[in-house]
Design a protein around this ligand. Structure first.
Ligand SMILES: Cc1ncc(COP(=O)(O)O)c(C=O)c1O
Length: 312
């Protein structure tokens, strides 16, 4: 991680080394925090944050299930821009986080103070430059996505990421780039930090919130671009058998952007039954959507200027 000079912490900029918390912080013990991942891209008119409002709205919506954030959406948006400017960054990843702070360690102590921080730091392609061109290799995880009856999975809360952590570290140990988790209905949910799209005979297919996914802002952007391109779209649960009918597959996410998938191994370990599904890379539909997505984030798409918030 490339450290920067300043972190926005509870309303003001503090040096990176001083943005610390106490070990009795509630969120450290129980995962009681919510966060966002946002990217700021270099454009011909200077740095611009992609879909800032949508991310801050999701942050506050995630928080509303757990606690109240002591800043408004406008204040949070302004703080994101302030921390980019203070660090003189031309492109970066933003990580706003709000969490229950120190006070009392009772699980139900929703009266502990809520703290808010925003980190801004350079972060290259999440799954690697090669992955963007050549595609990634994915395996099914033996860890299922947390059920909708257990947590509101459409929100982005810290504790949910124990589930992602188990899935992705298991995939790495097995030599894969990422994992795909099934949900408690046995259908496909998503990656540890990405949504999944398939292309079946030119039609774009992806699942929705009913499948226990985080409905991504990148997913939404890609769906809007696909509609503009006149692509046929189906939003419905994804069955394992859908992989057999797909010629292309890709992941979307703020960190992963639009990453082609080369292979999905449905075996849960080397000894178990299952199939290896292989996809076309670069697939023509994936390539078209990936390139339109990069045009949008980098300010080259006239019709998507309203997705960008200029930093200066
Ligand atoms: C579990 C999970 N699914 C999907 C996504 C993609 O969401 P977005 O496109 O809003 O970054 C993320 C990343 O935030 C994630 O953590």
């Amino acid at each position: 991680m490339k450290k920067t000079e300043w972190i926005w912490f509870n309303g003001k900029l503090v040096p990176w080394a001083e943005a610390n918390i106490h070990v009795s912080t509630h969120a450290l013990h129980y995962g009681t925090g919510v966060f966002e991942g946002i990217r700021c891209y270099e454009t011909s008119q200077g740095p611009a944050v992609f879909r800032l409002r949508a991310h801050i709205e999701r942050l506050l919506n995630s928080a509303s299930a757990y606690f109240k954030v002591p800043f408004t959406g406008e204040q949070m948006e302004a703080a994101c821009l302030e921390v980019i400017r203070a660090n003189h960054l031309t492109s970066c990843y933003l990580r706003p986080i709000a969490y229950l702070g120190a006070g009392n360690l009772g699980v139900g102590r929703s009266d502990n103070p809520v703290e808010v921080a925003i980190l801004a730091f350079p972060w290259d392609t999440y799954l690697g430059d090669e992955a963007m061109r050549e595609g990634v290799r994915i395996c099914f995880s033996r860890w299922h996505r947390i059920a909708l009856s257990s947590l509101p999975m459409n929100l982005k809360a810290c504790g949910q990421y124990l589930n992602s952590y188990l899935a992705v570290t298991e995939a790495h140990r097995r030599g894969f780039n990422e994992a795909i988790m099934l949900n408690d209905s046995g259908n496909i949910a998503e990656g540890s930090g990405e949504n999944l799209f398939l292309v079946q005979h030119g039609r774009l297919v992806t699942n929705g919130a009913e499948s226990a996914i985080l409905p991504g802002i990148t997913r939404d952007s890609v769906l809007r671009i696909a509609r503009e391109q006149g692509l046929e779209i189906e939003e419905r649960p994804l069955h394992v058998n859908d992989l057999k009918q797909a010629q292309e597959a890709f992941f979307t996410g703020t960190a992963a952007e639009v990453t082609p998938i080369r292979e999905i191994d449905s075996r849960l370990d080397e000894a178990s039954q299952g199939e290896v599904f292989r996809f076309e890379v670069p697939g023509p539909v994936t390539q078209r959507l990936q390139s339109a997505y990069f045009d949008a984030v980098k300010g080259r798409a006239e019709r998507h200027q309203d997705w960008l918030t200029r930093v200066q």
